[in-house]
Design a protein around this ligand. Structure first.
Ligand code: IMP
Ligand code: MG
Length: 181
């Protein structure tokens, strides 16, 4: 596929994505041997990663989906996560692996972990395809990480800008003029 006109350059190619997803799948398969984890995909950004990753895991897994939104810094509700769509699987005593597209400030994930912990999960692990450590404000560490990336706005492989570009098969840096206008 040729580079989208709004993309500055490809940051992570299809081949690099697929090799990394395979690696993460093997790691999860080893770590959860004999277990039946629940993969929790955080919509919408993680849908492409989830679809590829689950097929790289050689275990019996359940899958489920959540839509959450975090209140930003400066609002009185900071520290809470709003559930827009909740899980349908009961995670009590289950091993949960949260699948995220990107760990940025960390607000979404840190709040989500607290919430799922209250529901009595046996364990909670975090897996994110991308990690932007420069922007972290919440204390979150990843158990499974795809790529550490610089503080640039990226699109593709599930990630959007204003709901566009999610279907690009690579991760690219968005041209500054697109979000500056
Ligand atoms: P945070 O870690 O709570 O700040 O939020 C992470 C969420 O912000 C991700 O799930 C994405 O939806 C979004 N996000 C952060 N950085 C980017 C980016 O570079 N491109 C697209 N979405 C992003
Ligand atoms: Mg997201």
């Amino acid at each position: 596929m040729k580079l989208h006109k709004d993309a500055e350059k490809i940051l992570i190619s299809e081949a690099e994505l697929s090799a990394k997803v395979k690696e993460l799948g093997e790691q999860i398969t080893r770590d959860f041997e004999g277990k039946n984890p629940v993969l929790v995909c955080i919509l919408k950004g993680s849908v492409v990663f989830m679809a590829d990753l689950m097929r790289a895991i050689d275990l019996d897994v359940d899958i489920d989906f959540m839509v959450v939104s975090s209140y930003g810094a400066g609002t009185s509700s900071k520290g809470h996560v709003k559930i827009v769509k909740d899980l349908s699987v009961d995670i009590h005593n289950r091993h949960v692996i949260i699948i995220e597209d990107i760990l940025d400030s960390g607000n979404t994930l840190s709040n989500l972990i607290k919430l799922l912990d209250c529901r009595g999960a046996a364990s909670i692990r975090l897996c994110a395809l991308l990690n932007k450590p420069d922007r972290r404000t919440a204390d979150v560490t990843l158990d499974y990480e795809g790529f550490v990336i610089p503080d640039e706005f990226v699109i593709g492989y599930g990630l959007d800008y204003n709901e566009t570009y999610r279907n690009l098969p690579y991760v690219a840096i968005l041209k500054e003029k697109i979000y500056a206008k």
